[in-house]
Write a protein that binds this ligand. Sequence first.
Ligand SMILES: Cc1cc2nc3c(=O)[nH]c(=O)nc-3n(C[C@H](O)[C@H](O)[C@H](O)COP(=O)(O)OP(=O)(O)OC[C@H]3O[C@@H](n4cnc5c(N)ncnc54)[C@H](O)[C@@H]3O)c2cc1C
Length: 370
Amino acid sequence: MADTDVVVIGAGVVGLAVARRLALAGLDVMILEAETNFGTATSSRNSEVIHAGLYYDGLPLKSSLCVSGRQMLYEYCARRNVPHRRTGKLIVAFTDQERGALDKILDHARVAGVDDLELLDGAQAREMEPELACAWALHSPSTGILDSYAFMLALLSDAEQAGACLVKRTGVSALSRHRDGDWLVFIDGERDAVLSTRLVVNAAGHGACALAAKTEGLDRNHVPRGYYARGSYFVYHGPVPFSHLIYPVPVPGGLGTHLTLGMTGSARFGPDVEWIDQLDYSVDPSRGDLFRAAAGRIWPGFRPDLLQPGYCGIRPKLGGRGAPPSDFVIQGPSAHGLAGLVALYGIESPGLTASLAIAETVASQLGASR
Ligand SMILES: Cc1cc2nc3c(=O)[nH]c(=O)nc-3n(C[C@H](O)[C@H](O)[C@H](O)COP(=O)(O)OP(=O)(O)OC[C@H]3O[C@@H](n4cnc5c(N)ncnc54)[C@H](O)[C@@H]3O)c2cc1C
């Protein structure tokens, strides 16, 4: 007899969504989290944007899971009173080249099933946002924002009410197979602490590739290499005249330094893209000039002295600088051949938006119907 039906490794938004989904399916779920609380890594270091699903040309999982996850997320937030707002967003262009990028986004969005976009000229955009500078803008009405902490708290509460249990300060160091087919989960730093479980989900974010390398029987060809791309935010300590999120056209590695609004009315610019070799959550104040230039371009009334270093998140990338964008990897038994194991890699943006849809995919790969 295994100790539990499922061990979910990692209590970020994805691990919590998966744990909730599997607990609601009637399984006995244990969530193991290395840190002192849930959601302290990438899940609390992002833009908190509910993405519409505009950008993921050639990346079928990101594209489809963002669109379906966004619909599920709006419904969930409304049902569970998670603070959120359908702000809409404007992606702005100044040059002919950038206008071409808007056309590409528009084309892909239609293919992805996002058919509510509207291309505006500068005057039309300024009817919506009088203080905005741009020559053209793409309006996405289904983009929004949410309180990501409240969302994770709601997921955890659902999971716990369905019987799941979160164990903090409990890192997993390795996985191996028991001869009866169950999985053995080895706890970091505890020589004799081993749990047995029928099913395992590796949702360890930045730790996922390292743990996969210590998963007995997993062919190394199925273990991708992880890279880090830091995205810093600078906070604007003053009122902003915008009600929409304002984005530039995307840049390699990210969506461009945008203006995001928080649920409490705060405003921040970011994230930029900085390739780093190790996890390091410090924000370099000297990058402020790049942010001031980006902000001043879209908002002539912007006051540079009110912008201060804020926080950063680190994208769990599957390709390094210059590599083409990669898709989410959700690897179940049909991909790697090991029964009862699903591993998730490269869950960068739009992972928050897609989390509920990712959980459905994991449940289906584990054969856990409701
Ligand atoms: C700068 C930035 C901006 C973003 N903006 C958005 C956005 O606006 N909208 C959007 O939809 N998405 C956004 N994202 C993406 C989104 O934040 C992530 O996709 C999502 O948070 C990933 O969640 P996760 O649970 O996979 O990972 P994480 O939140 O990193 O959780 C993984 C957890 O696993 C734990 N862990 C690691 N190793 C172990 C181990 N061995 N044993 C036990 N526990 C372990 C960690 O402590 C951590 O708590 C952004 C990401 C970044 C970096």
